[in-house]
Design a protein around this ligand. Sequence first.
Ligand code: HSE
Length: 425
Amino acid sequence: MKKIGVALLGLGTVGGGTYRILKNNHDSIMKNDGIDIEIRHIIERDKEKAVALGADLSIVSTDINDVVNDKDTHIVAEFFGGIEPAKSFLTKCLLAGKSIVTANKEMFSKSWVELEAAAKKGHAGLYFEASCVGGVPIIRTLTESMQGNVIQSLMGIVNGTTNFILSKMADEGKEYGDVLKEAQRLGYAEANPTADVDGFDSMYKLSILSSLAFRKKVPISQIHREGISGVDKADIEYGKQLGYTLKLLAIAKNRDGKIEARVHPAFVPSDHPIAGVKGSFNAVHIVGDNVGDIMLYGRGAGDLPTGSAIVSDIVFAACQSKPKYAPFKNVDNVSTKDFTDNYLCRYYLRMTVADQSGVMAKITSAFGKNNISIASMKQMPSAGENATLIFLLHQTYEKDLNRALEALKKLDCVNSVNAVIRVEE
Ligand code: HSE
C-alpha cells in the first residue's frame, strides 16, 4: 500500500471541506486507488477551526518549515487564496520536492510560469483542478480527454456569484444593486464584490482554461474584461423578448490561428444549454473538431464541491509516476501576434434617439458605411420626443463596430447609446 503524507495550508471553507472528504473517504480511496492518505500537517492560525473539525492539534502550526522539512509529506494542498504568502510557501514546497495542489486561480494564473519552473527544479508536480469551476472536472477533461481534437472554442459561466445575480435579475425583474445586496446577505457575494462582479475571477479562470484548450499560454494581459455592474434590467427584458438570455461569459476562440479571449456580459439564445444554467451553478461548453459539442455543468464553489476537486488532484498526483506540467511551452514572453482583439460577433444595441423623420436613414447609413449589416430593428413605444431603438446586428468586426459607434455619437439625432452587448450564437 502506497502511503502518502499530505499538508493542508489553511482550514477555511475549502480547506475544511477537503479535511472532511479526506477523513470520510479515506478507506474508499485506499480500497479503490491503493493509497493510504495521512494528513500530517495543517498550517492554520485559528486553532478553533481545527477543533471544530476534530483535527489532532499536534499537527496544527503556523510554520511552513514544519511541512518543508518533513520528508514524509509528499503533497501540499493550498487554500490561502491571494498571492502572498501562498506563492512563497508553495515555491518552497516545490523546491523541496513536494507536489502542490491548489484552488488559487489568481495566484496560479499570474505565477504559472514561475511555479512550473520551481516544480521542474524540485521534480515535483503542479495540480490545479480546483482552480477553475470548483467541483467540475474541467482541467482533467481538457488535459486528459481531448487529445483526439483541436479545440475550436470554449465558452463558460465560470463565476457563480455573477450568474446568481443575473439569473435573479432575469427571473424577478430586479435592479442590479438590489440583487447584489441580496446576494451579499445570502453569502453568495463578498462584502467587496469586485473580484466577482468586475470579471477578475472569470478572467483568471479563462487564462488557465484557454491556455490548456489551445496548448498556448494565454496570459491575463491578453484577455478583454468587462463586468456586470453596468447591466441594466431593461436590456435583460428586451433581450428576453428577442429570444436571448444574458450571462457573464468567459469566451476563448481559435479563429484562423489567432486566439481571442474575453470576459463580458453576452446574450446567448435562450434555447442554448448555457442559457439554462441558473443561480450559482457553473458550466463550460467546449467545441472540438472531432467530438463536436461538450458541456460540463456543476457547482463552481463551496466547501465540498471544491474539496472534491482538491481530493481528486491529491489522488491523481499520488498516482503519477512522473509529475505533469503544462501541455505547452510555458514561458513569459508570449508573442502578441498569436492574439487578436478584433473580435467577430453579433451585437445588440440600444439607443435613445429623437423621434423624427429621417433619423433611421442617418443611423442605418452609419452602419452601412462601416460594413455593418442589420439583422433586425425594433422601435419601442415612444416616450415624449424620444424613441428607444433596439438593433440586432449580423456578425461584425469589433473595429468596424467601434467606428460606427463613434459616427453614431456625432449625430444630433442620437441622444445616447445606452447598451452595446455582444451576442454569442
Ligand atoms: N467567487 C467564485 C464564484 C468562486 O462566485 O464563482 C471562486 O472562484
